[in-house]
Design a protein around this ligand. Structure first.
Ligand code: ADP
Ligand code: MG
Length: 347
């Protein structure tokens, strides 16, 4: 009898030990912090115990190099002096941004900075420049004029750069390397609305990521199940001002130097490459629905969700079955299919 009780006790202890050890293995570490002018949060499953700290330090270091309003940053020095020897990180992101800009011309252009400043989006002193000023500003938006010689970058007179449309996506790519080095099993990084999904969750389930409602950014109009990649969203709701009954948003059309007004409310991109996801979300917002769809037909190596002003939701076929509309939203869902056999996935 005693033997049977001891045996049962041992079995119970063994089961408890297994449950406890598996709990410890599946419990993620997490951290929240302010960086790149936004609130970020990271959640890491498994791997080295200091991974959250390492992720934060890497993002903070990128912010210190890239923030156009920080006097010590490479980007500030380049904008101020028209020429600068920059760090390896800054040179790398600038090179990527210029390459993406060529591909996304004329919707994406990192030399929009003087226009972003003129509208007051950097200082918060919002104003509406007149037509004459806008023409002058638009004439200076041209990132083909940025000259590169290894890590030395040169800007023509009056040209300034802003990496705000790509920095969080680039940071997501840099975090990928840290998660690999630190042997993380899985991670969900929310870098101010740019979401990086890494590895496989311990419960084996796919990641379910909310897509922000532009009318109520704390809520989600839908959820996307994803295996991995980076999800970037651009919308007027991130930064804007209202004047005399009109809304002015922080995403500018490089052709006019003015805020975009084309019937698009938000663009969400899912792509393996974070820099591309971030640049594409801004660029497709500028392009508008028709041009964005035409671009996707030629480069279908990403997926998108585009919400329009008339409550239509356009979703590419690659993620159509993975999207669930939240209760209470009455959007008309339309599938965007790849129509041509002629595609270019060279990115
Ligand atoms: P957020 O950074 O708010 O998530 P985006 O990725 O769309 O949103 O980036 C918008 C920022 O990029 C703007 O605040 C501005 O600094 C810059 N920007 C605005 N329009 C453009 C454009 N057409 N091309 C490149 N950068 C832009
Ligand atoms: Mg962007």
């Amino acid at each position: 009898m005693k033997k049977r009780i001891t045996g049962a006790l041992c079995a119970l202890i063994l089961i408890l030990a297994v449950i406890l050890s598996s709990c410890a293995g599946t419990e993620p570490r997490s951290a929240s912090f302010q960086s790149m002018d936004t609130l970020m949060s990271v959640k890491v499953y498994g791997g080295d115990s200091d991974l959250c700290d390492r992720l934060q330090r890497r993002i903070d270091s990128l912010d210190a190099q890239l923030n156009a309003t920080d006097e010590n940053s490479d980007v500030y020095q380049l904008n101020q002096n028209g020429k600068a020897d920059v760090s390896g990180d800054t040179a790398d992101i600038l090179t990527r941004a210029l390459r993406l800009s060529k591909e996304l011309d004329p919707a994406f252009d990192i030399t929009v900075y003087p226009a972003v400043k003129a509208w007051g989006f950097c200082s918060g002193d919002y104003r509406v420049p007149d037509d004459d000023e806008l023409k002058k500003l638009a004439a200076k938006i041209d990132d083909t004029a940025v000259k590169t010689d290894k890590n030395t970058f040169t800007l023509p007179e009056g040209v300034m750069i802003d990496l705000g449309a790509i920095a969080k996506g680039y940071a997501a790519d840099q975090c990928d390397a840290i998660l690999k080095e630190g042997h993380a099993a899985a991670a969900v990084l929310n870098l101010g609305g740019t979401i990086k999904l890494y590895g496989k969750k311990p419960d084996g389930k796919l990641f379910s990521v909310g897509v922000a409602d532009p009318d109520n950014p704390a809520g989600y109009f839908g959820y996307l199940s994803c295996e991995g990649g980076v999800m970037a969203t651009s919308g007027g709701y991130e930064r804007f001002f209202d004047l005399d009954g009109k809304r002015y948003i922080h995403i500018l059309d490089p052709a006019t130097a003015a805020p975009v007004e084309n019937g698009v409310r938000s663009v969400t991109i899912l792509c393996d490459d974070g820099s591309a996801a971030d640049a594409l979300s801004t660029a497709l917002f500028v392009m508008g629905l028709d041009k964005a769809t035409a671009y996707y037909q030629i480069h279908p190596d990403f997926d998108f969700i585009i919400l329009t002003d008339n409550d239509e939701l356009y979703i590419t076929e690659g993620i159509m079955d993975d999207f669930t509309l939240s209760d209470g939203y009455d959007f008309t869902i339309k599938s965007v299919e790849i129509a041509t056999a002629q595609t270019d996935t060279s990115r």
